[in-house]
Ligand binder design. Structure first.
Ligand SMILES: [Cu+2]
Length: 197
């Protein structure tokens, strides 16, 4: 029995060794191929394109419960939002119509970094918990703007779904301190402002 056990182990080790060697060689060739392919492309991209420009062009339009990235051309309304170090947004309640594309101009009137992130309460709760765990986690989506003190940021968002949503600053501690606001998206079929809450 013991001999059998040893033989099996040896076999397993032998197999594992072969597998490792094969994987290693495969990995090496893939890495080399990737390097050769990636290098000219990377050099080309750096020489030709402006980084910010290409970032705006490639904004992904992913449908969210609270809407979708909007087109600047479709903007008919601009909403100014102020952020302050007392962990409050001004205004802290916004009402829009379903189908409306809004440009948010978000001013950071404080002395520390703030951000404006739109979402459902559930998603913002989860995201805020992540930010508390990993304060330096980088995040960027078309429904959020990170704004340095004294600066302004902009986002263009299309509210194509009715409902009650939130906006928040997810910087560690800010959300927990109450840096949250409300967005009500009134269904297109209802008169503006006539919705019962
Ligand atoms: Cu903040």
């Amino acid at each position: 029995m013991v001999t059998d056990g040893l033989a099996t182990t040896a076999k397993i080790n032998n197999v594992r060794f072969q597998f490792d060697e094969e994987t290693r060689l495969k990995y090496l060739s893939i890495t080399l191929a990737a390097l050769v392919l990636a290098m000219p492309a990377a050099l080309l991209a750096h020489g030709k394109e402006d980084h910010n420009k290409s970032k705006i062009v490639t904004v992904k339009k992913e449908q969210k419960a609270w809407g979708i990235a909007g087109d600047a051309k479709a903007v008919k309304r601009t909403i100014k939002v102020g952020m302050a170090d007392n962990m409050r947004f001004t205004p802290n309640a916004i009402e829009v119509k379903q189908g409306e594309t809004v440009r948010f101009v978000i001013a950071n009137n404080g002395k520390i970094m703030h951000e404006f992130v739109i979402g459902t309460k559930t998603e913002l709760d989860e995201h805020a918990a992540m930010m508390l765990k990993f304060p330096n986690m980088e995040h960027d989506e078309p429904y959020m703007a990170h704004v340095e003190p004294g600066k302004s940021g902009e986002i263009v968002w299309m509210f194509n779904r009715a409902g009650d949503f939130d906006f928040a600053c997810l910087i560690a501690g800010h959300y927990q301190a109450g840096m949250v606001g409300k967005i009500k998206v009134v269904a297109a079929s209802m008169p503006f402002g006539a919705r019962k809450s």
